[in-house]
Design a protein around this ligand. Structure first.
Ligand SMILES: [Zn+2]
Length: 248
C-alpha cells in the first residue's frame, strides 16, 4: 500500500499559543488523504482561521480554499504589523474603521472596560456560542472570546481569542492586538448598557450626586437609556491610568 500523503505545517509567532506546549515552534505533519483545504488543515491543529492573516504554501501566498494534495510545506502567520505584505493575499478582513464587538460570557468585565474606552460592545451573561456567532454575523461585529472553539464556527468571520486572564490586561491586549489605539474615546459610552452618553448640565443631575462629588467635578454625562450619571471620578481616572499604560 502506498504511503499516505502528508503536508508539513509550521505556525509562526503567537499562533503557537493555540498549540500544545510540546508542539509549538516546530513543523507538524498532517495527513491529506483526499485533497484538503488549507483552512481545514490549519483548524485541524486547533488554530482558529480568524487568527490567521497569511498562508504561504511552497513559497506562494494562497487563500483559505487552496487545496493541499500532499508534499507541500505550509507556513502560517498571524497579522503582520511591521512588514509590508501588500502583494500577498491578506486573509483576515481589514480592521474596521468603526470596530464593534460582541464579548462571550467570560468577558463581562472586559466588555465594561471596552465601553468605558468608547467601543461599542455587546455582552450577555447567558449568551451561548450560537447566539454570539449570530449577532456577530448579522451586525458585522468582532467576537472576543476565551473559547477557541467559538472562533472555529463556520459563520465566524472576525474574532479574537483573548489570552490574558485579568480584565485590565485583557483590555490592553485587545487594544494592542486589534490596533485600536487611535480610536480610544473614553467617557463616551455607558459601561452598563453600551448606549452613547450625552452631556448633561451639572444642575440637572445635582440631586442625584453623592455629596462629595457635587463640589469636585464640573463635567457630567448621562446615559439616555438607563439614566446612569457619569463624572470624571475615580473610575474614569483608573481607566485613564490603564489607557496611559497602554501607550507606555
Ligand atoms: Zn446605560
Amino acid at each position: 500500500m502506498a504511503e499516505r500523503p502528508t503536508c508539513e505545517l509550521r505556525f509562526y509567532e503567537e499562533l503557537n499559543d493555540f498549540l500544545p506546549a510540546q508542539e509549538r515552534k516546530r513543523a507538524a505533519t498532517i495527513p491529506v488523504d483526499r485533497a484538503r483545504s488549507v483552512k481545514d488543515a490549519i483548524e485541524s491543529l486547533g488554530v482558529p482561521h480568524t487568527e490567521v492573516d497569511l498562508v504561504i504554501v511552497d513559497g506562494r501566498s494562497v487563500d483559505f480554499a487552496h487545496l493541499l494534495r500532499g508534499g507541500e510545506r505550509v507556513a502560517v502567520y498571524p497579522v503582520f504589523e511591521a512588514l509590508d505584505i501588500a502583494p500577498l493575499v491578506r486573509l483576515r478582513p481589514r480592521a474596521l474603521r468603526d470596530p464593534r464587538f460582541v464579548a462571550d460570557t467570560h468577558l463581562g468585565k472586559l466588555a465594561r472596560h471596552l465601553r468605558m474606552a468608547g467601543f461599542d460592545t455587546l455582552y450577555g451573561n447567558d449568551w451561548d456560542g450560537e447566539r454570539i456567532a449570530g449577532i456577530a454575523a448579522r451586525e458585522r461585529r468582532t467576537i472576543l472570546t476565551r473559547d477557541k472553539g467559538l472562533l472555529r464556527r463556520r459563520a465566524v468571520e472576525r474574532g479574537y481569542w483573548v489570552r490574558a486572564d485579568e480584565s485590565e490586561a485583557q483590555l490592553g491586549e485587545v487594544v494592542r492586538a486589534l490596533q485600536l489605539e487611535s480610536l480610544l474615546a473614553p467617557f463616551t459610552r455607558c459601561r452598563e448598557c453600551n448606549t452613547p452618553l450625552e452631556d448633561v448640565p451639572r444642575a440637572a443631575v445635582l440631586d442625584r450626586l453623592p455629596g462629595k462629588v457635587r463640589g469636585l467635578y464640573e463635567r457630567f454625562k448621562r446615559c439616555p437609556t438607563c439614566e446612569r450619571v457619569y463624572w470624571e471620578g475615580s473610575h474614569f481616572e483608573r481607566m485613564k491610568g490603564v489607557l496611559a499604560r497602554l501607550h507606555a
